[in-house]
Ligand binder design. Structure first.
Ligand code: MN3
Length: 238
């Protein structure tokens, strides 16, 4: 009863008859995972991260992880029913392409939100500062540990600040696109902060000087977001 009415409305509402005829057909195959727009302009983090790096990093590298993740999930209904986090939690039992590209998608989606344009970055909260000081003695000592995790990662990977299940903060690094949510991660926890130390993240501006990139990167960190992630991780642990 409803269908003819909707079809008639479509015919009236949309001028091209071809469109109206196409509408009732089965929807075309659609991707499970999609690439969200960056939360700021590609030049918003200049001079720490240049516009071309942001364009390539988001538009090419992150897009490739999303496209390849969709290919890896394919038409398997069991995989398509799982969220990205659910895929991470059982990634050891899944095809390697899901570890690489699912990790790549999760990590980059997380990473963009950890940075913000000038004026929107905030400062570490009193709660986060206290937790960091308890673990490392000072914010600067924590930053040194985080940078060390990034510079000492051989090849490609990530540096992380995580909240472990025992309630303590830890700095770790992971290879490739692994992350601390994966069941196979040697140290697991809720990610609070992360930096990408793949060469594609810094090479145009910093060449081989990964340490310089890690040191400058603090200037664009979105502490407001990091504070919220810390609050959420603490709440999850309760
Ligand atoms: Mn990257």
């Amino acid at each position: 009863m409803l269908k003819p009415i909707i079809a008639a409305l479509l015919l009236v509402a949309s001028a091209p008859a071809a469109f109206a005829q196409a509408a009732p057909q089965a929807p075309a195959a659609h991707p499970v995972f999609t690439l969200d727009a960056l939360p700021y302009a590609t030049n918003a983090l200049v001079p720490v991260i240049d516009k071309e790096t942001m364009e390539l990093h988001h538009g090419r590298h992150h897009r490739a992880y999303v496209d390849n993740l969709n290919k890896a999930v394919g038409s398997d209904p069991a995989l398509k029913a799982l969220s990205l986090e659910q895929l991470m939690a059982r990634v050891s039992a899944l095809p390697k392409a899901i570890r690489d590209n699912g990790g790549g998608h999760w990590n980059h989606r997380f990473f963009w939100g950890l940075m913000a344009p000038e004026g929107q970055r905030g400062q570490p909260s009193a709660r986060l500062t206290a937790a960091i000081e308890k673990q490392w003695g000072s914010l600067n000592a924590f930053k040194a540990a985080f940078q060390q995790a990034g510079t000492s990662r051989f090849g490609s990977g990530w540096a992380w600040l995580i909240l472990k299940e025992d309630g303590t903060l830890a700095v770790i690094s992971t290879p490739n696109q692994d992350n601390p949510l994966m069941d196979l991660a040697p140290v697991k926890g809720q990610p609070i902060l992360a930096n990408d130390v793949w060469e594609h993240a810094y090479y145009l501006n910093y060449r081989n000087r990964r340490g310089d990139y890690l040191a400058k990167w603090w200037d664009v960190v979105n502490w407001s977001r990091v504070n919220a992630l810390h609050d959420e991780a603490v709440a999850l642990n309760r």
